[in-house]
Design a protein around this ligand. Sequence first.
Ligand SMILES: [Zn+2]
Length: 293
Amino acid sequence: MTQPPPRIQIGSFTVAFLTDGLWRNDGGCMFGVVPRELWKKDHPPDELNRIRLNLTCPLIIRGRDAILIDTGIGNRLSDVERRIFDHRDGWLPDHIQALGMEPGDVTAVVCSHLHFDHVGGIVRRRNSGLLEAAFPNARIFVQKGELEVASNTRNERLHAAYRHIGEILAPVASRIEAIEGPASIIGGVTAMPTGGHTRDHQICIIEDGGDALAHLADIVPTRSHMRGPWNQAYDLDALTTMKKKALYLGRAVAERTWVSFAHDDHVFAARVKNDAGRLVLTNGVMVSEGLDG
Ligand SMILES: [Zn+2]
């Protein structure tokens, strides 16, 4: 039986930290220009140089609204890809059930961007092999520019980053709503473009009752990426990533509000404090060691 996911309260919103499971990816790709000697202590690499990562998907609940931010990898990977990324079937459906909910109760999905580890779980592969919408009643919010680049690019690097996109978007095409710029999903929940990781990457901000949570998605994928120069090799514009994370982390420090990370394997979310120039986490919502599928 899956444990119920940890939750925090942001005013009248409950935010549950679901995960689509732990996985592994190359440490060099995750830390870009930062040498392995510096990241290996906090993120010990395995014999294939992979580090352990999470697939954090916050679920924002109030009344009948249930807004999911990102969907993890899902269960669509081939056997070879499952070995490369050390990921099995996605855990998201079990974690939704552990909250006493069904996938059909999710009213909206906000996609930070369309890389496979954020959007793969928007579909489920049935035993027959057919892919179907994982959240059959959800409106799906994606930045228009992200959709355009993912669907139409001829650039070799971008094309590789979005090679899964036709298969994933086809079953949910009629549910997708392309948004341009900042967009209110419901009152108090805002999708906010940042660029940086991809040109149209967006974060999600939840505000109510004088408190707030910014899910920083892939501009601060782990706690270690709070440091300015620690950025993923995947970032198309690392200088924009640096500017935007300084803005939102600075705001979280000044206003004593929450941030959450897409991929940290220890902490889902925390408040942030400036300790003599170094950002430290307080009130951490921790990833339980007993996490299992
Ligand atoms: Zn990611």
